[in-house]
Design a protein around this ligand. Structure first.
Ligand code: NZQ
Ligand code: ZN
Length: 389
């Protein structure tokens, strides 16, 4: 472990099938003007909306609603929400939904008291808030992003086809609390469930595939990866299995709450490629990652051979006997590919609506990063997209 870092995560978590009862206590800490934010209606169908609004009512809150936050929330929707929250003089924002709703709530929270345009300030110039941030709490209904315990917010500009994430440095942006009830995730369609599972797995990979030092973060990552692979197989066969779904929920939070990034440079190129695809096609986040991962990892494997070998042996139980390092590493990726197919993930960009004539645009909106084993040139980015079609 050779890095220098600080660690603080202020989000309080309530976990389990009766965790919503703690919402009362949490709400009592904030003023009476609450903005309730949710998505396209799943919470009305499965009853979570009723449970939450009853609690808000019993606490005497004055509630304004922002509904219809779409997957891959847009900057237009953000500007609309900021107006509602401003008019309501929001004291507190309650996000009820998945990563899109939680991310959106954070983006609103840093924009309510800011006079500048949030897209330019936070997603183009990557500035930190210099205004009062409205506190956010989350009731999570979809598992994968880790947004419930981090300071990330991803917003899409449909005009420019840019999908950009800002991980704020300020701990103030992190949710004050998150309520994680695995039961709430049982109504997710299979497509969303497995997309979220791959998102979790890939978050861990993005942090694991960097650095050459012996780092405790990598050992924690391997444990998390093994847990999510094990539980995903149970959940795939039996989606109503509470134990598997609760392990998946907990793993998701620890996969991206900064813990396993400690002391690491971190890669995040699969996310940069996937977000470019999301910006151009509006495809589901986890599926965009699944579609580009194998081409990317096979491309960088020679540059991070020792780590790919370790991944094969420690995560996928590849028997190293009598094999070269390269063979072992490649077998690890083949085992990962077999698992991805078993889950029913989308394995190519064509199925997500991308076409050959989009390759240049996809490269234009990909943000290259250099924390991984091989910083990519534009030509390599195009090649990886082409191989993923
Ligand atoms: O909108 P509703 O009707 O609620 O339906 C949603 C949506 O269609 C549905 N859903 C959610 N909970 C449900 C449910 N359906 C039935 N039962 C439930 N309990 O699921 C669909 C997808 O929801 P969404 O919130 O979009 O999914 P996810 O949690 O994967 O969030 C994706 C967004 O998060 C960003 C992604 O880029 C994407 O914009 N990310 C945020 C990160 C962060 N904050 O750190 C990191 C991630 O890498 C990711 O980039
Ligand atoms: Zn992700």
């Amino acid at each position: 472990m050779l890095g220098n870092f600080s660690y603080c995560n202020p989000t309080k978590l309530y976990f389990g099938n009766d965790s919503l009862k703690f919402l009362n206590d949490e709400l009592s800490k904030y003023g009476s003007n609450v903005v309730l934010i949710y998505g396209g209606g799943s919470i009305k169908k499965n009853g979570i909306y009723n449970s939450v609004t009853e609690i808000l009512k019993s606490c005497g809150k004055n509630v304004a609603e922002i509904e219809g936050v779409m997957p891959n929330p847009t900057v237009d929707k953000l500007r609309e929400g900021v107006k509602i929250a401003k008019n309501h003089k929001a004291d507190f924002i309650l996000a009820v939904g998945g990563g899109s709703v939680c991310d959106y709530a954070k983006a609103v929270s840093v924009s309510v008291n800011c006079d500048e345009d949030p897209w330019d300030k936070y997603f183009i110039r990557f500035e930190e808030p210099d205004c009062k941030i409205v506190p956010v709490g989350c009731v999570l209904t979809m598992v994968g992003t880790g947004s419930e315990m981090n300071a990330g917010s991803v917003i899409t500009n449909t005009e420019t086809k840019q999908k950009i994430g800002h991980v704020f440095a300020s701990e103030e942006v992190m949710p004050k609390f998150s309520i994680l009830n695995p039961k709430y995730t049982l109504t997710l369609p299979h497509y969303q469930m497995v997309s979220g599972i791959y998102d979790i797995f890939n978050h861990i990979c993005e942090q694991y595939f960097s650095g050459k030092d012996d780092n405790t973060s990598d050992y924690i990552s391997e444990g998390l990866m093994k847990s999510v692979v094990y539980s995903s197989r149970i959940a795939n066969a039996d989606p109503q299995n509470y134990e598997a779904r609760s392990n998946i929920m907990w793993t998701a939070t620890w996969a991206l709450n900064t813990l396993v990034a400690k002391g690491k440079t971190t890669d995040w190129m699969v996310h940069m490629l996937g977000q470019a695809v999301g910006g151009c096609t509006n495809a589901t986040h986890g599926m965009t990652l699944a579609a580009v991962s194998l081409a990317y990892y096979r491309h960088i494997l020679p540059y991070g051979l020792a780590k790919f070998k370790r991944f094969a042996v420690n995560v996928w139980n590849v028997n190293p006997e009598g094999k070269t390092d390269r063979q072992i590493a490649e077998e690890g990726l083949s085992a990962m590919e077999a698992w991805m197919k078993e889950l029913g993930l989308v394995m190519n960009l064509t199925d997500l609506g991308a076409t050959e004539d989009m390759l240049e645009k996809l490269a234009d909106v990909t943000i290259p990063l250099n924390g991984g084993y091989k910083p990519l040139e534009r030509s390599e980015i195009i090649e990886i997209f082409r191989e993923s079609l």
